[in-house]
Design a protein around this ligand. Structure first.
Ligand SMILES: [Zn+2]
Ligand SMILES: [Zn+2]
Length: 81
């Protein structure tokens, strides 16, 4: 596999595109015209999945939490008082 670049860089003139103008879409396969030299190159962002973050909703207060099996604070309060 080819080396991945940290920035979207033109392979002809080495002009780096600012992050805000780079192509970020997963599985994108986009032709980009270099602002600097006017040549066309193809951009394919590569992502590595690190796993899933799961959120669940508290049935009492409707709060979404990613705290696994831990109960929401609102439940503890209503039990104590
Ligand atoms: Zn260029
Ligand atoms: Zn709650």
């Amino acid at each position: 596999m080819a080396e991945l670049l940290k920035t979207q860089t033109c392979p002809y003139c080495n002009d780096a595109v600012e992050d805000c103008h780079s192509i970020w879409d997963y599985e994108a396969d986009e032709e980009v015209t270099c602002d600097s030299c006017g040549k066309v190159y193809v951009v394919k962002p590569q992502y590595k999945l690190e796993g899933w973050l799961i959120e669940k909703q508290c049935q009492q207060c409707g709060e979404w939490t990613d705290d696994g099996y831990k109960m929401c604070d609102c439940g503890e309060f209503s039990e104590k008082y």
